[in-house]
Write a new protein. Structure first.
Length: 150
């Protein structure tokens, strides 16, 4: 492992423990050349997942796209970064537990909507308005009515 400070390859592990999510290992390392310490994380490599977009184009799964969508929906809402990360982790776990090599983006969107509905109703409506591509106020209102009826 290269040192991020001096780029030396002469580093060693001084401490290893499971990370907070228990799905990765956190390692504290020491550079023998410059003496600085740094942290690395080791995760199990998963099979590459291909997302089938609405136009049938295919692209590799990218967690940051889900994070960005959820962050936009939760903008200026009383939701912590930890809650957002936990939501994205739950979505990702559900996606990978299906053990499919390809998944439609619509399935991912529905999973996110189910999770975000339990987190914050305003964030849910924001996400739904973009995801479901509301064309007019009537479609928007019908979605709100569904939420209020539950």
């Amino acid at each position: 492992m290269k040192c991020p400070f001096c780029s030396s390859e002469n580093t060693r592990v001084i401490d290893s423990r499971p990370a907070d999510d228990n799905n990765s290992i956190r390692r504290r390392r020491l550079c023998d050349d410059c003496g600085k310490r740094f942290t690395t994380y080791e995760k199990v490599e998963t099979i590459p997942l291909i997302v089938i977009k609405k136009d049938n184009a295919r692209e590799q799964y990218d967690r940051s796209k889900i994070e960005a969508g959820v962050l936009r929906a939760c903008h200026k809402r009383p939701i912590s970064v930890n809650q957002i990360n936990q939501l994205v982790d739950e979505v990702e776990t559900e996606i990978f537990n299906r053990e499919e090599k390809e998944i439609p983006s619509t399935s991912i969107g529905e999973i996110v909507m189910d999770k975000i509905k339990n987190l914050d109703s305003v964030a849910y409506v924001r996400f739904a308005s973009v995801y479901r591509e509301f064309k007019d106020v009537n479609t928007f209102m019908s979605e709100l009515k569904k939420m209020l009826d539950k």
